[in-house]
Design a protein around this ligand. Structure first.
Ligand code: SF4
Length: 245
């Protein structure tokens, strides 16, 4: 079976109207360089990526310019408090772990996120960033491990992929696809093969929690002998759909 969905034959040039840092749901943010709008900070097990299972502090930033159909953090679109960078670092330091994950929303939608990432690295943390792939990642501190989505057609946001980002990824980063159907899976598989994505960095395939079962995705990956890491969201296996875990 072949996908009828078109994949980009070449990495396109920057799209007209691409999403810039600081743009959230069509609004331009004008936050101070040392302030961030924070949705929540919490301590839990990392549920995804090659860091799965590691006790980690999560810093969730408010705001996202995308609206994926499967989004499970819509509460982060608007809820949050403006906090000073020093205050965020002090709260992170109350937990006894070296792992910090900056997530959202779309963290890069806030300018001060870049400074937060660098200051966390300076403080000695092993830092990961979860990003939608829709905003330029080139200025992110090279010490950060970037977990970058490629949005599939089933996400309803495939047009937001900033393909130039593929050129900025390195072996310490990871590409993530959330798969919503077999058509989505085939689209991702064909893109993986044509772009040799697994030569750039590890590639993660994740079933959309309510749309594809882990068993279905596992069978497709094994059938096609794909060089990817299939993952389920460990925190949902343990705690279900719950905030702050
Ligand atoms: S990019 Fe992430 S936070 Fe934003 S809408 Fe999509 S799933 Fe939700």
């Amino acid at each position: 079976m072949t996908s009828t969905i078109t994949i980009p034959a070449a990495i396109p040039r920057a799209a007209e109207g691409k999403i810039a840092q600081g743009e959230v749901a069509g609004e331009k943010r004008t936050s101070r360089a040392d302030e961030l709008r924070i949705n929540e900070i919490f301590y839990s097990l990392q549920g995804e990526s090659s860091r799965v299972g590691l006790p980690t502090v999560f810093v969730r930033l408010t705001g996202c310019p995308l609206r994926c159909g499967y989004c499970d953090t819509a509460y982060a679109f608007h809820e949050g408090k403006t906090r000073r960078l020093a205050d965020v670092l002090a709260e992170v330091a109350t937990y006894d772990t070296r792992y910090v994950c900056v997530t959202g929303g779309e963290p890069l939608a806030q300018h001060a996120c870049l400074r937060l990432l660098s200051e966390l690295c300076d403080a000695g943390y092993s830092v990961s960033l979860e990003t939608s792939g829709a905003i330029d990642i080139s200025a992110v501190d090279a010490r950060v491990s970037r977990i970058m989505d490629i949005k599939t057609p089933g996400s309803m946001e495939v047009d937001k992929n900033l393909w130039e980002n593929l050129g900025f990824l390195s072996i310490r980063d990871e590409i993530k696809f959330v798969i919503t159907s077999e058509a989505d899976y085939l689209w991702a598989r064909d893109l993986l093969r044509s772009r040799k994505l697994n030569d750039i960095c590890p590639v993660l395939f994740s079933p959309s929690f309510t749309e594809v079962t882990a068993l279905q995705l596992a069978e497709w990956v094994l059938r096609d002998q794909l060089p990817v890491r299939m993952q389920v969201q460990l925190h949902k296996v343990i705690w279900g759909e719950k905030r702050g875990v």
